[in-house]
Write a new protein. Structure first.
Length: 164
C-alpha cells in the first residue's frame, strides 16, 4: 500500500482498492487479517466473492462510480464464511484510484446479523437468544441506536415465532 499516498486514507487500518471490474487490486494488512485471507488470495477476489448480498454489488458499485463516493453499512463474509458487518466509505480519488475504508461493526449488531444469516434452525434459535440478550444489554443507547434496536427486536421476534 506504499504506492497509495492519499491523505484521505492515511490513518485508516482497513483499506481496499478495486479496479473497474470490482477486483481487489490492493488492500491493507488489516483487511487481510480481518477477513482471514493471504495477500494473494485477497487480490484474486472480486467484491462479489466476499459479499453476502451479491445481487446488491453491481447496483451499489454503479452508484459509487456515478457519484464518486458512497458510504453505508454492509455485510461481508470472512474466509470461514462467517458474517462481518462493516461500515464503509468509498471514494474515487483524484488520480482515479477506487478506494474504500472499512470499519468493523461489533456489539449487538454483529450478533444480530449472525442470527439473521444462520440457516440451521437449531443454531439460529441459539443465536436469536444471544442477539436478544445483547440488545437488551444496550438499553441505554442513544435514540438513533435504540430505533435500530427496536427494528432488530421486531425482526428477531418474527424469526422466533417462525421457528416455533
Amino acid at each position: 500500500m506504499l504506492a497509495h499516498a492519499h491523505p484521505e486514507l492515511k490513518e485508516a487500518k482497513y483499506v481496499v482498492f478495486v479496479d473497474a471490474s470490482r477486483r481487489y487490486v490492493d488492500c491493507s494488512d488489516g483487511v487481510r487479517e480481518l477477513l482471514g485471507y493471504s495477500r494473494e488470495e485477497m487480490l484474486s477476489k472480486k467484491i462479489e466473492d466476499i459479499s453476502y448480498d451479491v445481487g446488491a454489488v453491481p447496483i451499489l458499485f454503479g452508484k459509487y462510480l456515478q457519484n464518486g463516493t458512497l458510504d453505508g453499512e454492509y455485510v461481508l463474509q470472512r474466509s470461514d464464511r462467517t458474517p462481518l458487518p462493516i461500515r464503509y466509505r468509498a471514494f474515487v480519488l483524484g488520480d482515479g484510484c477506487r478506494a474504500a475504508i472499512w470499519e468493523p461493526v461489533g456489539g449487538w449488531t454483529e450478533i444480530y446479523l449472525a442470527a439473521l444469516l444462520e440457516t440451521d434452525p437449531v443454531k439460529q434459535k441459539a443465536k436469536i437468544k444471544r442477539a436478544l440478550a445483547a440488545i437488551e444489554q444496550n438499553a441505554s443507547a442513544a435514540e438513533d441506536e435504540r430505533r435500530r434496536m427496536t427494528d432488530a427486536l421486531a425482526m428477531l421476534s418474527a424469526l422466533q415465532r417462525a421457528r416455533e
